[in-house]
Design a protein around this ligand. Structure first.
Ligand code: FE2
Length: 378
């Protein structure tokens, strides 16, 4: 921050505006400022957890006096309570209303076939040994939802060493990991030689695993290239081409189900395009194999729903949205399963193809990334 902002109080002292030197002004309610105070009586200095309870705050909070220094806003409220708040932290949590919330959440960047899969690749020894390299690799997962790795040991269970760098395995009915190779009596189409349309995994779980990791131990087949597609980009295109189709897929839920192994019956009822409370995309679920039933939609809109679904799938098959690459022994890729679809082309009878896959969760990955970057200013 180059210079301290100038502040002004509203006439009734219930709001305070900060006029930043390098961006548009931000206005805060007095009650919000009281709640976000960072003094040691308001927040535990050791862990940042809030010490105030909801009933400690006067519903008619007014500011008695304020003072801005280079890095702090200091406040005294009517009644005599004082606090302070870090200015950089205030900037990040600006409460200025936005006229139109963005479809894509802040900090995420959508991509199509122009994304070079060689640009998001790191070597395992490098990210294992260098925190800066690990942070860069995790940041690709955070912002793009996709990253690759080379030089992972081509040995069973080696993907756990990669997951240990940023978080924890999410164990499922498939186990701590699942083997992806052709099987004589497959319990899932993934374990055959057929191609797989781009999809997100496990939409029948609640919550869905938010990361998927696939590690190639062996690949001597012809074909079988892997591909990834940014589901947030698909949603952007769908909204641009047909706001009506977008509204149908974001409004009405689908029942996703899996009961293929004889001992599971997993079921989740969720929209294919799930929006967060702020109006931005939260998660996409695209997986025709698991699309069990459509219910809870008005009779008159069923045909339109199928047109919208077909439209979305057609967009996912366009050449300008997909990124393809061939996995070699020792390669690994990771996707944010809440947004990035993965698929593969069919492969031949000749040669062997052996992948191991596992799930993990992106909240742990983002936590590791924040810690590597030095944590928040709070
Ligand atoms: Fe999959």
């Amino acid at each position: 921050m180059t210079a301290a902002p100038v502040f002004q109080l509203s006439a009734d002292r219930s709001e305070l505006t900060l006029n930043w030197p390098d961006r548009s002004p931000s206005t805060y309610h007095a009650i919000w400022l009281r709640d976000h105070g960072q003094d040691t009586a308001s927040r535990d200095p050791a862990n940042g957890q809030k010490l105030l309870t909801a009933t400690d705050i006067d519903p008619d909070t007014r500011i008695d006096s304020a003072r801005v220094t280079r890095d702090r806003l200091s406040l005294t409220f009517e009644g005599g309570v004082s606090t302070w708040i870090d200015l950089q932290w205030l900037q990040r949590l600006s409460t200025d209303p936005r006229a139109e919330p963005p479809l894509i959440p802040d900090g995420r960047y959508t991509w199509g076939s122009a994304l070079d899969p060689e640009e998001v690749i790191a070597s395992y020894p490098d990210i294992r040994d260098n925190p800066g390299s690990l942070a860069k690799w995790l940041a690709w997962v955070d912002t793009l939802g996709f990253a690759r790795l080379r030089q992972v040991p081509a040995t069973p269970d080696a993907l756990f060493e990669v997951i240990d760098l940023f978080g924890f395995v999410r164990e499922t009915n498939y186990g701590r990991l699942f083997e992806v190779r052709s099987e004589p009596e497959p319990t899932n189409l993934a374990y055959t030689r057929v191609g797989l349309d781009p999809h997100t995994d496990n939409p029948y779980r609640d919550p869905t695993p938010t990361l998927q990791i696939l590690h190639c131990l062996e690949n001597t087949t012809s074909g079988g290239e892997s591909c990834v597609v940014d589901g947030f980009r698909l949603a952007e295109i769908l909204q641009r081409e047909s706001p009506y189709h977008f509204s149908l897929l974001s409004r009405y839920p689908v029942t996703f189900r899996y009961h293929g192994d004889g001992k599971s019956d997993l079921n989740a009822v969720r929209p294919m395009l799930e929006m967060g409370p702020d109006g931005s995309l939260q998660q996409v679920r695209i997986n025709n194999r698991a699309f069990h039933a459509l219910s809870g939609i008005p009779f008159a809109q069923v045909t339109d729903f199928y047109a919208a679904y077909r439209h979305l799938v057609e967009i996912s098959r366009r050449s300008d949205v997909s990124v393809s690459f061939r996995m070699q022994s020792g390669d690994l890729f990771i996707v944010d399963n809440t947004r990035v679809l993965h698929g593969r082309k069919g492969f031949t009878e000749q040669g062997r193809r052996w992948f191991q896959g596992a799930y993990a969760d992106i909240d742990g990955l983002r936590s590791t990334l924040r810690v590597l970057r030095g944590g928040s200013a709070e």
